[in-house]
Write a new protein. Structure first.
Length: 96
């Protein structure tokens, strides 16, 4: 199984658009920045068939670290926000 990186996606976008690699990079960056800006505002991003991104609130919790000087002792992970992704039907079907 291979790893597809941003550089590889840039090349694929350029090929699909029939343009240069710079144009592919500009197109991919425009999409990624648009998603990032929407999430920063708290909006949900839905790409029909692919999936949806949303900012989720995670509650504070106590955990036992498995490494470091505090291994075995309970520490508190503070409340925070994170980005969540839910795959769409077509993406799930493609992944098998």
């Amino acid at each position: 199984m291979a790893t597809l990186r941003k550089n590889d996606l840039t090349a694929r976008v350029a090929t699909r658009l029939g343009g240069s690699r710079a144009q592919g990079e500009a197109a991919l960056n425009a999409v990624l920045v648009s998603i990032q800006e929407a999430l920063a505002k708290g909006d949900r991003v839905v790409l029909t068939g692919f999936g949806s991104f949303e900012v989720r609130q995670v509650k504070a919790r106590r955990v036992k670290p498995i490494r470091g000087g505090q291994a075995g002792q309970l520490i508190t992970v503070p409340e925070h926000r994170r980005v969540g992704f839910t795959a769409g039907a077509e993406l799930n079907k493609a992944a098998g």
